[in-house]
Design a protein around this ligand. Sequence first.
Ligand code: SF4
Ligand code: SF4
Length: 404
Amino acid sequence: MSFIESLTLMLALIYSASLLYWNGKKSGAIITIILAVSASIISLSWPLIIALTIAVISLTLLTKLRPEIAKGELRANQLRSGIQHLLALSMLLVGIQFAVNALMLKAGIAPWVMRPDVGDAFLPIAGGIELKAILTLGLWDQTHPAAAVMLTTVLLTGLLCKRAFCGWACPLGLAGEYLYKLRKRVIKSEFLPPSWLDWPLRMTKYLLLLALLYIIIGMPTQSIPGYLNSYYHKIADLKMALFFITPGLITLICFGFILGISAWRRQGFCRYICPYGALLGLISFFSPLKIRRNTQHCLIETKEMSCDKCTRACPAKISVHTQQHIRSDECQACMRCISACPKKEALQFSTRNGVKMSARGLTIVLLLIMFLIPLIAYVSGFWVSQTPTEIRMYLIQHLDAIGH
Ligand code: SF4
Ligand code: SF4
């Protein structure tokens, strides 16, 4: 595990432990710390050990200097924004590290920059095929194991807390938010499509998801071992890296289209294009947690006021004030509606039988799922790619000749 991966992981886990502690879940905090320390000792990985030390020192300083941040007492929007920016910074650094590693291999230089395995998170098809291999053949891929781990992790977040991954963690969502704000500074008007057009546009992401699922599900089980041993699979990550580093004309047009959609409409990329968002949207229907409006506290029913602050705060334009619970596949559990509501008890992120989850609770659950699973996978030996650097260097020189 590279140093940036280790540092992000340890900061997230130690921060989660701190939130658990201040939330009164001291046993949870102790278990998290024991897991982090044991993983560092068992793996004897110096990046993990140094990262753990830095995380503990940082949190101790944070508790003294900014206790409200260390204790997670920030408002939901501040907490979400902080988590999003830190994860985006980490992914940016990981992306740079990945690109440098790939360029050195391409130049025939033995890379002194380590390949961050978390980059395999951008190989969802490989991850899907690997999961299928595990489930149908009991075959655990050793080429890009992190792809299967990260896919499982993201799916689990959707199952437990709707599309919170999109709203709280995805760096592309954050980039889209900035693009949209920038566009609004220059052109103030909103250009929302009419609902008869919005619905088919939203279905585009489901069509893209269908295409990805067709590749994964359509691959015959007996072909999977051959695929996992193929040169194509071994350098799927390098193909992806070079696709981004040296884009062709069609790639640039696609990038321009994605940027344009993100600037045109808030969450445009998430709403219309992202197949990951589509998958999480579908899974989110099974999540026990939903935004629920309590009519015994909402100003509409109790004071007969025409309040719609929650709806106006929703970036997905969901009509929150007219529904009792939000089932929509576009809800990213961002909690902006809850923050905007003037009545504390009127809106909650909760289960059907009233178990509530605060912004702090959601932060804990998200961070624990997203970082404990990779940590366990790493210690179990199912994280780091076993493809030798020499083979990667040889294969990248013959990239164009390697097909599916
Ligand atoms: S309904 Fe609330 S939590 Fe869901 S996307 Fe809209 S503002 Fe965010
Ligand atoms: S903002 Fe709160 S009080 Fe107003 S309509 Fe929404 S839930 Fe009701």
